[in-house]
Design a protein around this ligand. Structure first.
Ligand SMILES: [Fe+2]
Length: 253
């Protein structure tokens, strides 16, 4: 809202009657980002992380659950490396007095080592439902995806598939996504997907997922300050309007 509009509003209403402007991110909690410096393909420095966090706070985000990649091949992170990074972020946020709570989980790759990882040690989750954020490779569905989802659930976690709109193997297979939902797997849409940031085919798929009301969580999946303009573009995108019709769980966290 521009200053001119604000001044006009103030002239029209007494301060008691002035309608409150809702924060653009009415979902309050961001559940997907890569803001721990230097441990995956996300931000490289603490300053970059802080640029992203300050902007999220300005958009109305009150809690950031950041989710570094965990995969055997590229990002062999574990709870210790991730929690260490969390402490550094929290310290800086407190120092600057930014009104945002920082928590951590992870984005687990459903690779060949995942089931071993699942059995070995407690995984990093969020919420009382023990939400576990997972992703797959872009091109091919894991051969044992059904079994992985089942084993996640029998180990006491609630699976959330990160950015279902981005997997090329689901582009012409909405039934496959429906099936996943029927199995109890929740879905998290990337808010940049609706801006065309990942291409027209992803945008079209994101629209279909929104139309089906399959978005349980919205997430920024922010990797670096360069993502901020695309994230901002979403706030005036038609997908933003559709968010209020989704069974969004972000605010319950
Ligand atoms: Fe991610």
């Amino acid at each position: 809202m521009t200053n001119r509009v604000l001044t006009w509003l103030k002239n029209q209403f007494s301060s008691k009657e002035l309608p409150s402007t809702p924060a653009p991110c009415f979902w309050q909690t961001d559940i997907h980002s890569h803001l721990i410096p230097g441990i995956d393909d996300g931000v490289k420095t603490l300053e970059q992380a802080m640029i992203c966090i300050r902007q999220l706070a300005d958009w109305g985000i009150q809690k950031v659950i950041t989710t570094p990649h965990v995969s055997q091949e590229h990002y062999p992170n574990n709870s210790a490396t991730i929690l260490q990074g969390l402490a550094v972020l929290q310290q800086q946020v407190n120092l600057e007095g930014i009104p945002v709570q920082i928590e951590v989980a992870a984005e687990y790759m459903l690779d060949n080592y995942f089931l071993e990882r699942l059995e070995k040690a407690p995984l990093l989750t969020f919420g009382t439902e023990k939400y576990l954020l997972v992703e797959t490779g872009w091109l091919a569905k894991p051969m044992i995806l059904d079994e992985m989802i089942f084993r996640i659930q029998t180990n006491g976690y609630t699976p959330i598939l990160a950015h279902p709109e981005r997997y090329s193997y689901y582009i012409n297979d909405l039934n496959g996504l429906q099936r996943l939902r029927d199995q109890g797997c929740l879905m998290q849409l990337n808010w940049m997907s609706m801006t065309g940031r990942y291409g027209g085919h992803v945008k079209a798929q994101a629209k279909l997922i929104l139309k089906n009301k399959w978005v349980d969580f919205i997430g920024s999946d922010m990797h670096r300050p360069e993502d901020l303009p695309a994230l901002e573009a979403f706030l005036s995108n038609q997908g933003y309007e559709l968010l209020s019709q989704q069974p969004l769980r972000n605010s319950s966290l």
